[in-house]
Design a protein around this ligand. Structure first.
Ligand code: PBG
Length: 439
């Protein structure tokens, strides 16, 4: 047996490069002789073929005329068969200056000459497997559009959420992160609703896991959606955010999410010492298998504006600068990295994404852990708005920004574009355009 291609679920049949053209498909070639065995027919999703190169010799090669020896003899005798002529040098436009060629022994453009060469030398790849899809959920039955984030909705947890996750899975996005819009009446200064085992997030997790057992569910660990003050932690009367008391609540929140079936709990609150405390709390309850994605370098950014509108989670007073990082700081991200690593984080996250590519690279170069980047609401909305106003090509800018986050060192990207970008990677958009052409 000369070769075999493994049998894998193939919702995503092809992975494309940045220019949305170079498919690297996994389909058996039609020109070759292969024994194809279809497997996994019991599963609902189609499986790839297991392909084995044939061992049997299917008889002599068809005789075309002369033997090899006769062909060689003909060439040696000077009877060389015809081949197309040497291509003529393409003409330069009239007026092009005639200059001696530069004495360069390195011309990097040679490796960018054609789509095939460019695809061969592409250093970074983008795949739906790299995306985590953030989803907003609420108690309602309907999906409510979010004004500041065109294309995003607060999804009804029982219907809209399940449908949206189904669509994402169809194009290879099998990881989501949930953000709840909590009724005002359930908010309090200590944010106790955050660890209600029958709260919105635990219910949604249980429903999703029931429907899609292999879905990877990330959760947000922070008090802001549950806090009557709109802060990520408990606020003392003088406005100070209380660190250790908040961490106590966060541990309960993380355990409650783990109990519901969360795969990765993600503290986004930026309190000190929360990673170690949450690890200990999870382990004490038997959740050794639940991962922690730490928002290691989360900056006090104005790019979160649309998100806070989506969840109605604007801080009631002040800002988040005593816990989120100063956008002017670089070295401080290393302090946080070392803490989170030693406390047992499994994944380190940088947020926002595109304006903080240097921080992503910093973490990538200083840690062996997987790095996540969060392309936040403001980044998403700017690209959407630019597209709507026809100032930029939305799809191309979307794909480029995601590729750049990967190039900077992000393994995974939390992005509101997850579904749209995955569809583009799967070629759905291109097929649509082709169909339109035929109309
Ligand atoms: C808060 C949280 C925020 C985001 C994710 N978790 C906003 C904030 O810090 O106020 C922002 C995400 C986005 O803007 O897309 N725990």
């Amino acid at each position: 047996m000369a070769s075999s291609i493994v049998n894998v679920p193939c919702n995503v049949q092809a992975i494309k490069g940045l220019d949305c053209q170079n498919y690297i498909g996994l389909r058996p070639s039609r020109n070759l002789k292969f024994n194809c065995v279809r497997t996994g027919t019991t599963a609902r999703r189609p499986r790839l073929f297991v392909v084995r190169a044939s061992e049997k010799n299917d008889g002599p090669v068809k005789k075309m005329g002369l033997s090899d020896e006769e062909c060689e003899a003909a060439v040696v005798a000077g009877n060389v068969p015809k081949a197309p002529p040497v291509p003529r040098k393409p003409a330069a436009p009239v007026g092009t200056p005639v200059v001696p060629s530069l004495p360069l022994n390195r011309r990097p453009r040679r490796n960018r000459k054609s789509p095939v060469l460019r695809a061969a030398f592409q250093e970074t790849q983008l795949s739906p497997a790299n995306f985590v899809y953030p989803l907003f959920i609420h108690e309602g039955e309907e999906d409510t559009p979010i004004g500041a984030m065109p294309g995003c909705y607060r999804l009804g947890w029982r219907h809209g959420l399940v449908e949206e996750v189904g669509k994402a899975r169809d194009v290879g996005v099998n990881s989501v992160v949930l953000f709840p819009k909590v009724p005002d009446a359930l908010k309090s200064s200590a944010g106790d609703e955050a660890y209600n085992d029958n709260g919105l997030v635990p219910r949604a997790i249980r429903l999703l896991k029931d429907k899609y057992p292999d879905l990877v569910i990330y959760t947000d660990v922070a008090l802001d959606p549950y806090s009557s003050d709109g802060h990520d932690g408990i606020v003392r009367e003088d406005g100070v955010i209380m660190n250790d008391e908040t961490v106590h609540q966060l541990c309960k929140q993380a355990v409650s999410q783990a109990r519901a079936g969360a795969d990765v709990v993600s503290p986004s609150d930026m309190m000190d010492g929360r990673i170690g405390a949450i690890r200990e709390a999870l382990d004490a309850e038997g959740f050794q298998h639940v991962s922690i994605m730490s928002y290691t370098a989360k900056y006090a950014s104005s790019f979160y504006g649309p998100f806070r509108e989506a969840l109605d989670s604007n801080p009631r007073f002040g800002d988040k600068k005593t816990y989120q990082m100063n956008p002017a700081n670089y070295r401080e991200a290393l302090v946080e990295t070392h803490e989170d690593e030693s406390e047992g984080a499994d994944i380190l996250l940088v947020k926002p994404g595109l304006p903080y590519l240097d921080i992503i690279r910093l973490l990538r170069d200083n840690s062996s852990l997987p790095i996540a980047a969060y392309q936040v609401s403001g980044e998403y909305s700017m690209i959407k708005a630019g597209g709507v106003l026809k100032m930029i090509d939305e799809e191309k800018v979307m794909m480029e920004s995601l590729m750049c986050l990967r190039r900077a060192g992000a393994d995974i990207i939390l992005t509101y574009f997850a579904l749209q970008a995955a569809k583009c990677l799967c070629g759905e958009k291109r097929m649509m355009k082709k169909e339109q052409l035929y109309l």
